[in-house]
Design a binder for this molecule. Structure first.
Ligand SMILES: [Fe+2]
Length: 252
């Protein structure tokens, strides 16, 4: 297992932005505040309001951390982009969520191939202020740390992450709402998810672990949870599914 000393410290990264990046953020924020009212889950919206994320100006990590302190012991840390899997799990296990410093350009308003600051902050941070959701993310990361030497299990964890934290849908009062970060920060993806002909599978950890994911175009299927409790309770099932998927015991 990695120690905290082995997690790279990116405090030196500067949050300095061009006029184009500032404009892109403002535009994204304006679209976001409308989209989420119509399509995000009620739990997400509560957290979004509590953190006052409706900001026309680019949010700085220290400022975000100050807001987080009022609600949770989770914090965020600056990173240059996608974090290697071991570091990602290690950070989450320390209740630190990595935030990409870069902000997408105007030409990527509708879709940004790589995660950017807007995606990370708006897509992944809000629900962390819920004690139950924060605990779930921490427990998920601890599970991940057990499988670092098992590539097949890591693939299963990646798929689970994708179909929940990124593309997760939840049933709320006979409506489908989004809680996954990639859905919440993409208008196209949110609209796609609401299309009737796009397949919605009931929440199934076994099926998620065994279903390939596509990352370069709109999803052809999503998984729908009946409640957040169903999500929070699924980790033992995920662990046994990973073991069956890989036919191997986790490495300690
Ligand atoms: Fe993401």
């Amino acid at each position: 297992m990695l120690t905290s000393q082995e997690v790279t410290n990116y405090d030196f990264l500067r949050e300095e932005y061009t006029d184009e990046q500032r404009q892109a953020w403002t535009l994204l924020n304006q679209k976001q505040r409308i989209m989420i009212q119509e399509q995000a889950s009620a739990s997400y919206l509560e957290c979004y309001d509590a953190l006052q994320l409706d900001s026309e100006e680019i949010i700085l990590v220290e400022n975000l951390n100050e807001r987080l302190r009022a609600h949770t012991d989770w914090q965020t840390v600056k990173v240059p982009g996608l974090v290697p899997t071991p570091e990602f799990f290690q950070l989450l296990s320390q209740k630190k969520y990595p935030i990409t410093v870069a902000v997408r350009g105007i030409h990527e308003i509708e879709y940004s191939e790589l995660p950017d600051k807007f995606h990370d902050i708006h897509g992944h941070v809000p629900m962390l202020i819920r004690q139950d959701f924060g605990d779930f993310v921490e427990q998920f990361s601890q599970l991940g740390l057990q499988y670092l030497d098992n590539p097949e299990a890591l693939m299963g964890l990646e798929r689970f992450y994708w179909y929940t934290f990124e593309m997760g849908l939840i049933k709320e009062q006979n409506d489908l709402r989004c809680y996954g970060g990639a859905l919440i920060t993409s208008k196209q993806e949110m609209e796609n998810a609401r299309e009737e002909q796009v397949q919605k599978f009931p929440f199934s950890v076994d099926k998620m672990v065994n279903t390939d994911r596509v990352i370069d175009h709109l999803q052809e299927h999503y998984f729908v949870t009946d409640s957040l409790a169903e999500l929070f309770d699924c980790l033992p099932r995920l662990e046994s599914s990973l073991n069956r998927f890989t036919f191997a015991a986790p490495l300690q």
